[in-house]
Design a protein around this ligand. Sequence first.
Ligand code: DX5
Ligand code: ZN
Length: 217
Amino acid sequence: MSVIISPSLLSSDFLELGAEIERLNFVDDIWLHLDVMDGHFVPNLSFGAPVLAKIKTVSKHKLDAHFMVTNPDAYADSFKDLGLHNFTFHWETVAHQDRMIAKLKEHYPSVGISLNPATPLSVVPSYIWGKVDLVLLMSVNPGFGGQKFIPEIVDKVIELDQIRHKHGFKFSIQVDGGVTDENAGYLIQAGANNLVAGSYVFSAPNKDYMSRINKIR
Ligand code: DX5
Ligand code: ZN
């Protein structure tokens, strides 16, 4: 499985968002990770539909939206015409996850579920794994870029990869939070095939994002 890198725009320079996105248009095999926050599920706010609509007009990449919100159901409707590729919601925020996945499948090519670092894989019943395209394992407590990677998540990736292999599931394993060139190798070896990276990519000297992305690879 080839590895997708998904730079998180949360760490980009919002004052020149268009130029930042264009810099990433020159890099192949990446998604654009878009962190939508509501100030409730996480103690922070980022951007919403109007900004995502503008991003879509500039980016050539697949848009990977990560909803850190208490009510993703409402967002499923209001974001459906924005051309998002992937819609990931947090397992912890939804009472009827199966119904939510079915609803998202009607509007989005790819549907993801996300688990906080403290949420074990065992909360997800086995029949769900075959219904999702992506599983996002948070490797920091969600809400902010630039936090320190929680190394115990590597074992969670291994456990999830074993579930995937055992039953032949097709979902991607995405890891988000504190990813750098130093831990990416462990994560990929553990079975991750989609890595989100925010501050590591956007702190590249001379805005050479491609070299940071290649270092992760
Ligand atoms: C954090 C977000 C991440 C964040 C990652 O809650 O979900 O996508 O932007 O940033 P870094 O890579 O700096 O940890
Ligand atoms: Zn994210």
